[in-house]
Design a protein around this ligand. Structure first.
Ligand SMILES: C[S@@+](CC[C@H](N)C(=O)[O-])C[C@H]1O[C@@H](n2cnc3c(N)ncnc32)[C@H](O)[C@@H]1O
Length: 238
């Protein structure tokens, strides 16, 4: 579908906020279930809105709402305008826990490397996210996760890397599947897959020149590489 090489100029410390989101998003879109409609899409936790740019260019989305907490709408608007996409990408500053949209508004909600920051708790998906998707719509999420629960020395290393509380944001595929199935009941179909771009997404992050990339590499090289993964989560509503 996409020509990911077009985005290579963004694979640097000035644009990447973690393991290469373009790779994750590209795979998330490619491996989607049949029937996903992108016409009105919310990019939830869009960061610098580069994932929104990718969605606008690589899908048939007519409108992409670029929604983020840490990055201001004005900063993202300038970047979007610079690309000539201000008629299709709408920047909004806000919190996923309290979204300013109409219920049933979106065909699809996409979230790349962001959902774990606010969505690892019971009630968030059912009460704060799913209501904004139309019946027949979709939620597609890519998050860093765990292949297995770390034990012993690996647990210590993992908690040092994730700086305490953040280690609680990394979950296994089975954990996410249970949470979302419990939240949705029989209203939705839930599918969780392990991403295949794991290695390249990390390597490109390490090569980006970002200081956090160098720190991550030192921990992954000591063994974390074998216990982490990226998860692609698909929820079809109705
Ligand atoms: C690692 S960045 C990823 C950004 C972008 N999706 C990408 O892949 O380049 C995580 C983003 O999640 C956003 N985020 C975290 N908590 C949020 C919340 N409660 N509501 C909205 N966005 C949130 C942050 O503002 C941040 O930009």
């Amino acid at each position: 579908m996409s020509n990911i090489e077009r985005y290579r100029p963004y694979f640097t410390k000035d644009y990447l906020m973690g393991p290469n989101s373009f790779r994750l998003l590209d795979e998330l879109i490619r491996r989607r279930p049949e029937g996903v409609c992108f016409e009105r899409t919310l990019d939830l936790g869009c960061g610098f809105a580069l994932t929104s740019l990718f969605i606008a260019n690589e899908t048939d989305a007519k409108q992409v709402f670029a929604f983020d907490l840490w990055i201001s709408a004005t900063e993202n608007y300038l970047r979007i305008r610079d690309k000539g996409l201000e008629d299709r990408i709408i920047p909004i500053h806000g919190d996923a826990n309290d979204m300013p949209f109409a219920k049933g508004y979106f065909d699809t909600i996409i979230s790349v490397d962001a959902y774990h920051y606010f969505g690892c708790k019971e009630g968030v998906f059912a009460e704060k996210i799913l209501p904004y998707v139309k019946n027949g719509g979709s939620v597609m999420i890519a998050v860093p996760g765990l292949r297995e629960q770390p034990q012993g020395q690996m647990k210590q290393l993992f908690e040092t890397w994730a700086e305490g509380d953040d280690s609680e944001l990394f979950k296994t595929a089975a954990w996410w599947e249970k949470l979302l199935k419990d939240e949705c009941g029989d209203r939705c179909r839930v599918e969780v897959k392990e991403a295949e771009c794991y290695d390249i997404a990390w390597q490109e992050w390490f090569r980006s020149g970002h200081e956090y990339g160098a720190r991550d590499k030192s921990f992954l090289d000591r063994g974390l590489y074998d216990i982490l993964n990226f998860l692609l989560i698909y929820v079809s509503k109705g």
